[in-house]
Write a protein that binds this ligand. Structure first.
Ligand code: SF4
Ligand code: SF4
Length: 288
């Protein structure tokens, strides 16, 4: 029982989604042999794919179907809910739902055990800031490939598809497997390398951080500048230099506002209110 209470809520949500996605991918195979699991859709894994997200939004916007019909479609509802959720809370899809995020987070747990304090510090801040722009190149590439009807190329280089190919028995591209292995190995040294440097959907959703309703707010007058929140951040954001965090890399994982992280109570919150209004912690959205 003690061990179960130690596992954080975010990890439990992530693992539940990952298992659902794996079952859904396996059901894709079962359908092909006429033995489907009746209560689970084979397409769930498509809806939470880091590259299909960009492809789906592009195709949704550019399709010639009437907007009223588009919005009523399942894809329209999924995209609409994702955008509304992201406008309110930021990219929680990345922090809590993306199965590829949880794979990296699980490998990170091993990396942290091996390298301890050195983990996530193998790349200089200067290089990290430059590599960060790669995911915008990845986003532009995803849009170009979708627009030029080359979605097959995008699927071939998609490590998420390579991973799910193990379960849905579809043909797996060697490039996809290569990128998957690189990301898994990279996660042993750096937390979430795919999300930080390559994910096109993360690049898109990250833009909403600039105007999301809830954000991380730090009371600089109470802050001890201990940088414990920085060390906890999987995306390597320097939280302690910000008062109201609007960094495009934030994945709204809420790790930094964990009560166990900050040594000074009532200093860092995830809230929709401005700092002056944050006198009552109960009104802010606290986790864990
Ligand atoms: S700033 Fe906080 S909420 Fe955002 S990614 Fe870092 S730890 Fe998560
Ligand atoms: S953990 Fe708390 S006290 Fe330490 S730098 Fe972050 S906000 Fe400031």
């Amino acid at each position: 029982m003690k061990k179960i209470t130690k596992v954080n809520k975010r990890l439990l949500i992530q693992i539940a989604v990952l298992i659902t996605v794996i079952i859904s991918a396996f059901n894709h195979y079962l359908i092909s042999i006429n033995e489907p699991i009746p209560w689970i859709s084979e397409s769930i894994f498509h809806y939470i794919c880091p590259t299909c997200g960009v492809t789906s939004i592009y195709q949704f916007i550019t399709s010639s179907t009437l907007w009223v019909d588009k919005i009523k479609s399942i894809l329209g509802i999924v995209i609409g809910l994702s955008i509304i959720l992201t406008i309110i809370l930021g990219p929680v899809i990345c922090g809590f739902i993306c199965p590829f995020g949880v794979i990296q987070d699980l490998v990170a747990r091993v990396g942290k055990k091996i390298f301890r304090g050195k983990y996530n510090n193998f790349i200089s801040k200067k290089l990290d800031n430059k590599l960060e722009y790669l995911r915008y190149i990845s986003l532009v590439l995803a849009v170009i490939l979708t627009a030029s009807s080359s979605v097959m190329v995008l699927e071939a280089i998609n490590p998420y598809h390579a991973f799910l190919g193990i379960f849905n028995r579809s043909s797996i591209s060697l490039i996809g497997v290569f990128i998957l292995i690189l990301i898994i190995l990279g996660s042993l040294f750096i937390q979430r390398p795919w999300c930080k440097y390559l994910c096109p959907y993360g690049a898109f959703l990250g833009i909403f951080n600039k105007f999301k309703v809830f954000r991380v707010v730090r009371d600089k007058d109470r802050c001890l500048n201990c940088k414990r929140c920085n060390k906890k951040c999987p995306m390597g954001i320097e939280i302690q230099t910000n008062q109201a965090l609007r960094d495009v890399r934030c994945i709204s994982c809420l790790d930094c506002v964990d009560k166990k992280v900050c040594p000074k109570a009532n200093t860092i919150y995830f809230t929709s209110k401005d700092l002056e209004e944050n006198t009552n912690l109960d009104e802010s959205l606290e986790v864990k």
